[in-house]
Design a binder for this molecule. Sequence first.
Ligand code: GLC
Length: 538
Amino acid sequence: MLWWHNAAVYQVYPRSFFDGNADSLGDLSGVQKKLPYLSSLGVDALWLSPFYPSPQLDSGYDVANPRDVDPMYGTLSDIRELIGQAHRQGLRIIVDIVPNHFSREHPWFQEALLSPPGSRERARFHFLDSEGDSPPNNWVSMFGGPAWTRTINPDGSPGQWYLHVFDSSQPDLNWTHPDVASDWLTTLKFWLDMGVDGFRVDVAHGLAKDMTYADLPDPVGLTEALRFDLDDGSPQAAQRRELIANSGFFDRDELQEVYASWRSVLDSYPGDRMTVAEAWVPPHRIGRYVSPSSLHQIFGFDFLVVAWNAVAMQRTITQGLDAVAHVGAPPTWALSNHDSPRVASRLGGGALGLNRARALATVAHALPGGIYIYQGEELGLSDAELPDSARQDPVFSRTKGQQKGRDGARVPLPWAGNMPPYAFTDSEKPTWLPQPIGWGTFTVEAEDADPTSTLNLYRTLVRDRKQLSGAVTFIESGDSNVMIFARDKGFHCMVNAGMHPYQLSDKFPICEVLVSSDMQLGGKNESVPPNCAVWFVT
Ligand code: GLC
């Protein structure tokens, strides 16, 4: 088995992880200082969200130079040191790359703006003319509003339009242009030479575009199908997902050529380097991204949206396993990331949401494959309530506040103490997003000291999942609110999503609880309360 087949990967969102140089922003030296904490969690690897030079109009996913470090995060020697130190501690490093678009501040885009229509400089992006005042077609940005912005000519007259599937500050690259493909190979080699163990490929399904730029039949439906879309197993949900398949700017067949060339570069390096695709595609299209001649792994996103319901959870697990079974790659599971509401909030908030989040984590860690943990999830954090004036996500501004955006899940982590900044920074300056009052019981310091804390639950789950083996077999529980599955050596995982306790010994007269999500149960003949999951052996 290769290291990433069953790795626990911790997502660091550097801006909000830990401030190492007292300027109130998280940075690379902050990550390095907290490596012992990550080792204590037992994870195998870190995925670093972008730390490249960027105007930060989409929190660093608007990259102005993919082969450097933004001064707000440190320097190239800081990242080199971080990689070295992580490796000495047995932690691997995965960096996030954003090949679908650059920031408008990237020199190529600046050159393009100064160059005439039809020039080589403009051809690296998607610049188009259009009749009248309307955009060249009906494509809609994933962040709301049209996917096109009009340029202004040097004489002040309206110019061509450029495509941006995300924010207008993120012009999409034209992957049919030879400069684009070759520049990205240079970027891959740059980081591989520096020693990174892999890449998280941002919007991996987005690079290729329909170069006839034909209108989409349902442009808004496509954006809605993508994120936070509950796949409730209904034909409508399946139809919505089909809107993504081979559409104008997502999931096009031409992508396979790009990833084949990347794979040969990765394979030419020693040390089992890997790639994980952020690709929101219907299950039957996954083989286009994951194969021996393409990328290695794809995020399983279904736990980000699964309902608190035993039937839905079983369906989600079955879908997740089936989706990759035919491509021969291990599945991956994620409960949250920097783009989604925190799982404790999504599942009801407060103590109820937290219990459910812990139970869902207990289920996810019992499954085969890789697991991705978003920073703060291991503390059981909820989304922070933020005043609109504090919001920074372009989703908020582009939808004119109709969608609140993703800032609630991106608030700086609480490390110690009872008041903001909870030892996140030594600076007096306010943090970039305000931390809430009341996180004193969610700090690393507080949870470290509490044997029943979410942090200590995660430590147990991350450590013990490595002992598990074998395929997943679902067992009839006799209660539609209770899901049970078994793996090898008598191991079982059970979750109670109902309103009443479930007596394990009724179904399994001889069983022993190994771990419970509330960290209260153990031993024999347990009654498992609602909103709780357990691991047991028979
Ligand atoms: C990915 C990132 C998200 C970003 C978007 C555009 O989905 O996860 O944070 O806004 O790409 O780069």
